[in-house]
Ligand binder design. Structure first.
Ligand code: BGP
Length: 480
């Protein structure tokens, strides 16, 4: 039988993705308040803080440089950047709104007009070029005040503040934004609680009761946003956003298969089950019992969650993860940022993130089999060190290979029957890396002259991948 080559559907949403705190800069302009990213240092110290306990949210200007304070200055250069996205033919641009531009401390009663006006300008500029914004409501940038004064998402009060924020942006941008997502990589709080849940894990027990209580609050907040979206913008679509990394068993030992399945359930499915199916999954009950987790659930919460499930699943895909029930310290050290052990069949990026395009096809199949609602790959890309040649070109063939292989995997998944809405490559323009806080880990199709020591002219240059991706979009994925 001949292999039928599948096609991307008409209207497929090609584009790129960024997040406010990683591109905007202007961290104190327009009456913006301070968010978590504003106080995180760059460099090796950052990952330690993300993964381990006890970060003190104090600004220590002597000690740290704060890479996102200037970032790539999208705050002032958005017109130039959007023109470049348009030149590549973007149909959509995934971005986020910084909560602290709208409610500088998170708990004010009225929104900040300067912040609202900034995103009006950005959305208008996108529309001028025929690009639809895809907006993440909260992408790793909780107001610091909510972290220090309320304990982040552990506090129920934060749900009220979030609702106020959501109402303000929905009423201002209805008619301007058709695609929304609630929390970026909501499940990542299990690995990076500071970024995702707004508090540091101080002791082992914090991983259980406080973490899952914080999740319950986020689920209520997310469902509230879905409800408001339906009421205020019936034509818009609102999704959840998951960090998806399929979990493979290291071998066919049933103990390892069972262990991998447990990890898959907890990490990949727990949050999606609540937001898509509208209920806590069966498997979590045992986990709650074993870890003595008793959620404080208010009257009406479970109904709200049940009645306000998302329209689509946005997810990021960078790598798979290979798990073994019992691992030696040496094996564990070779796992990737999400833990696990080294997969002998895969090569990894310079940061140890395993490159696994087939894993994307697997992810798309797993997600669609389980949920049967449209999927949207809203992050995928290769973090690498790029070199500017003497003639000014940047020949990032390795990035083209990476993107091509992942786009081919999506094409296969579409042929497998998966309903896929679109693809936004991560860091379509170089930006501050989330886990390293550095510029040298670059994802862009557009290079930005900005370096880890803070130097650089901020000039934009088109990489080889820019021209390649432009043709991919122009041919709707026919020419890879
Ligand atoms: C995801 C985040 C992004 C982004 C990306 C790449 O987890 O949603 O914010 O940064 O990962 O990660 P990094 O920048 O650490 O390479």
């Amino acid at each position: 039988m001949n292999h039928v080559r599948s096609k991307f559907p008409e209207g497929f949403l090609w584009g790129g993705a960024t997040a406010a705190n990683q591109v905007e800069g202007g961290f104190y302009e327009g009456n913006k308040g301070m968010n978590i990213a504003d106080v995180l240092p760059g460099g090796k110290e950052r990952l330690k803080i993300l993964l381990s306990p006890g970060f003190d949210f104090k600004i220590d200007k002597e000690k740290y440089s704060y890479p996102n304070h200037e970032a790539i200055d999208f705050y002032h250069r958005y017109q130039e950047d959007i023109a470049l996205f348009a030149e590549m033919g973007f149909k959509v641009y995934r971005m986020s709104i910084a909560w602290t531009r709208i409610f500088p401390n998170g708990n004010e009663l009225e929104p900040n007009e300067d912040g609202l006006a900034f995103y009006d300008r950005v959305f208008d500029e996108l529309h001028k070029h025929g690009i639809e914004p895809v907006v993440t409501i909260s992408h790793y940038e909780m107001p610091v005040n909510l972290v220090t004064e309320y304990g982040g998402w552990r506090s129920r009060e934060v749900v009220t503040f979030f609702e106020r924020y959501v109402k303000a942006i929905f009423s201002r941008y209805q008619g301007k934004v058709k695609y929304w997502m609630t929390f970026n990589e909501i499940n990542s709080g299990l690995h990076f609680p500071i970024m995702g849940l707004g508090f540091a894990i101080q002791k082992e027990e914090d991983k259980y009761q406080p973490t899952f209580q914080a999740y319950h609050h986020q689920f209520v907040a997310s469902s509230t946003a879905v409800k408001l979206c339906r009421e205020m913008m019936p034509d818009a679509q609102i999704g959840c956003m998951i960090l998806y990394a399929p979990v493979y068993a290291y071998d066919c030992n049933p103990e390892n298969v069972m262990y991998a399945l447990r990890e898959q359930q907890l990490f990949n499915y727990f949050c999606a089950d609540v937001q898509v199916r509208g209920e806590y999954p069966a498997f979590i009950k045992r986990y709650f019992k074993e870890h003595n987790i008793k959620l404080a659930i208010q009257e009406g919460d479970l109904e709200l969650i049940k009645e306000n499930t998302v329209d689509y699943i946005g997810f990021s895909y960078y790598m798979s993860r290979t798990e073994k029930k019992v691992k030696s310290a040496e094996e564990a050290a070779q796992g990737n940022i999400l833990s696990g052990v080294r997969n002998p069949f895969l090569k990894a990026s310079d940061w140890g993130w395993e490159i696994d395009p087939t894993g994307l096809r697997i992810s798309l199949n797993e997600l669609y089999d389980r949920y049967r609602i449209p999927l949207f790959v809203v992050e995928n890309g290769l973090g690498a060190i790029d070199t500017v040649e003497e003639d000014g070109t940047i020949n990032d063939a390795y990035r083209i290979d990476y993107l091509r292989d992942h786009i081919k995997a999506m094409r296969e998944a579409i042929e497998d029957g998966v309903e896929l809405m679109g693809y936004t490559s991560w860091g379509c323009i170089d930006l501050v890396s989330m886990s390293t806080g550095e510029f040298s880990k670059r994802y862009g199709l557009i290079y930005v002259d900005k370096h880890d020591d803070g130097s650089g002219t901020l000039e934009r240059k088109k990489k080889k991948s820019f021209f390649w991706y432009k043709n991919v979009i122009a041919t709707n994925g026919e020419e890879l």
